[in-house]
Design a protein around this ligand. Sequence first.
Ligand code: SF4
Length: 348
Amino acid sequence: MKQITALALFSGGLDSILAAKLVASLGVRVLAVKFVTPFFDYELLEDPEKYKQEIMEKYGLEVILHDLSHNYLELLHNPSHGFGKNFNPCIDCKILMCSRAREMMAECGASFLISGEVIGQRPMSQRRDTMRVIERDSDNDGLLLRPLSAKLMDPTKAETEGWVDRDKLLNFSGRGRTRQIQLAKEFGVTDFPAPAGGCILADPILSERIEKIYKGDFVIQVADIKISDIRLLLVGRQFELSGGGWLILGRNEKENQKIESLTEDGDILLHMPEHPGPTALLRGKNDVIFNDESLHPVLYKAADLVARYGKKIKGEDTGVIVETERMGNGSNSLIHVLSHGLVSGDDA
Ligand code: SF4
């Protein structure tokens, strides 16, 4: 008999693990797809092989990573089902993921899709009527099996075709986790992430930063928004400087390195070569403010902030040197910041 393959939408949370393992235990080959965007799990793209190995070792599942960033940046302009409590367009997000998974079915040789959704678990996206809408709007009528709640739903193609035994599927509903934890034990799954999830758009504080851009209320115009802008918004201390500059200051070594890794041509990187403190990145509204070879006041302000957040060393009252580097053309300058203000800037 032909081996049936299912493509599982895999968030990495317990429900998605259990849904995939349950269907795999019924003799179906399960291939998991993990979607990433700058708002969740983007860092996995830094080492996809490591992630694949980890998921195979922990859960015995084959996984592929798929970057949905560009579609996602578009989606946030005007999600047709609106936003949740924060800037989280959960219903449209799921429709997007299910649509993309639908498109991937042919190349993966998959006959149906799986998701770990449980009826009634989330107020917005896991209501029975909403789950139906997600299926319909993603062109997945009858193709999307939710194994954890399947017995409470109409049979899907996987069941009517006999690819999976409906009797072995489950009837989970509601927000409780007891049955999931029990099932995890049965499958020997002990290491799984906490249910809170890692989506920035559902975070009350970080999602506000994203919303500000989309409302046109930020230095960077929404039409120009890039993946690196979103990634930068989520790191360090953030400042909007008068004159059109956006300054990001690292709060620790890890953030300093991250900021450095996100620089692009046209950005200005600042740090104190002889003093412990933040690495900072200055990005402009447009090139105009940074095109002038003279040191612009916005740069002085940025240097001042770098110095202010640097480590205070007792007895040092002569101020610090902040070095600036313009990315792309390598031009440098040194700014001397005294404890009581700025005194000089020298092109180096
Ligand atoms: S919490 Fe984030 S990742 Fe999850 S459905 Fe909502 S928008 Fe999508």
